[in-house]
Design a protein around this ligand. Structure first.
Ligand code: Q9C
Ligand code: ZN
Length: 342
């Protein structure tokens, strides 16, 4: 399996994440991918290439124009306003306020376009997010061109980003770009399987009313886990998308038994849907030692999960999402890929 990866990810490295009332070094940090690259090489998956330039037309087709303008210009506006630190959202259009009017002031704008305040932006964030999207797009093109599967080693991740909001370490929804590209390349129906510990709220939001794209997510129950306000089992889609969203929220301490039962159910639903291509949001934060998550998967479980996903027999793009037990991120991600190939 070929890997698509851009060194440009390094341009996104904020110093600060707001966590537990303190600023800490972000969990989502550049070194995460070093461990993945090292394991890929160790397992002989040495076909690792840089993507070309991002397909901006496809990104514009997915995201709101004002949101893309915001991402591109936020740092310059923040600095022009005399802000001393990194971009951190502090003001949100909360319940019963006007969520549809972007402020002129950058401090207000940041809160308008953010869905959470943990994720800082800096001057390199936009370039890094575009390079991550480019990796996803190149992986999809590779599979559309006849390869059975590809791995997009995306950083920053994407599944929390909607068409018009960032947060949860995500800016552009890479998996959504891949799904849409498969549709444009002729797949009538596409499935997205999100195995990141966190609910893929951005992906769900983007495709909630779509009958042609199935979204399944295994995640920590929203009552207990980020993003807290989406990912309940009774969210099943709307309009033409009724029945094309499947959420599997699970409680703290969930191990591979119940998790893999949920995975099997999601796989059966994808098969019944008649998907012709598959996108896997490959987060490995369901791992037992992940510092910000509460599932109990062990490293061999990820290989078994990959094997089960492989039974679908679909052209597949894996997009890297979360995983913060830094040294294990590589083992676990590559285990999924290796299991899939068996
Ligand atoms: N104190 C992804 O896995 N909450 N994003 C962090 C740390 C946000 C996770 C809490 C978690 C976002 C792609
Ligand atoms: Zn996650």
């Amino acid at each position: 399996m070929k890997t698509f990866f851009s060194e440009e990810h390094r341009r996104h490295f904020p110093q600060a994440e707001l966590s537990g009332g303190q600023f800490v070094t972000p969990y989502e940090r550049p070194s995460r991918v070093e461990y993945v690259l090292a394991r890929l090489k160790e397992r002989g998956m040495t076909d690792i290439v840089a993507p070309g330039a991002p397909d901006m037309a496809a990104i514009r087709a997915l995201c709101a124009p004002d949101y893309l303008d915001f991402l591109e210009n936020a740092w310059a506006e923040w600095k022009a306003e005399g802000m001393a630190g990194e971009i951190i959202a502090a003001n949100f259009p909360a319940r019963r306020m006007q969520a549809g009017r972007p402020p002129r002031n950058i401090d207000g704008k940041v809160g308008y376009y953010a869905l959470a305040s943990e994720t800082a932006m800096t001057g390199g964030t936009w370039a890094a997010a575009l390079s991550s999207a480019a990796s996803a797009q190149a992986a999809q093109a590779h599979v559309a061109g006849g390869a059975k599967s590809a791995f997009a080693l995306c950083r920053p991740p994407g599944h929390h980003a909607t068409a018009d909001m960032y947060g949860g370490y995500c800016f552009i929804n890479n998996a959504a770009l891949v799904a849409e590209a498969f549709r444009r390349d002729g797949a009538g129906r596409v499935a997205i399987l999100d195995i990141d510990f966190h609910h893929g709220n951005g992906t769900q939001d983007i495709f909630y009313d779509r009958g042609d794209i199935f979204f399944a997510s295994l995640h920590g129950a929203p009552e207990d886990a980020f993003p807290y306000f989406l990912g309940f089992a009774d969210e099943t889609g709307v309009g033409a998308g009724e029945g094309t969203t499947a959420n599997y929220p699970m409680l703290p301490g969930t191990g591979y038994g119940p998790w893999s039962a949920a995975l099997d159910d999601a796989i059966a639903r994808i098969r019944a849907f008649g998907a012709e291509a598959l996108v896997v949001s490959l987060g490995v934060d369901a791992y037992k030692d992940d510092p910000i998550s509460f599932f109990k998967l062990d490293s061999p479980d990820f290989m078994d999960a990959g094997r089960r996903i492989g039974t679908l027999g679909l052209p597949t793009v894996f997009c890297m999402e979360g995983g913060y037990a830094i040294e294990a991120v590589g083992v676990n991600a590559v285990n999924v890929l290796e299991g899939y190939q068996d």
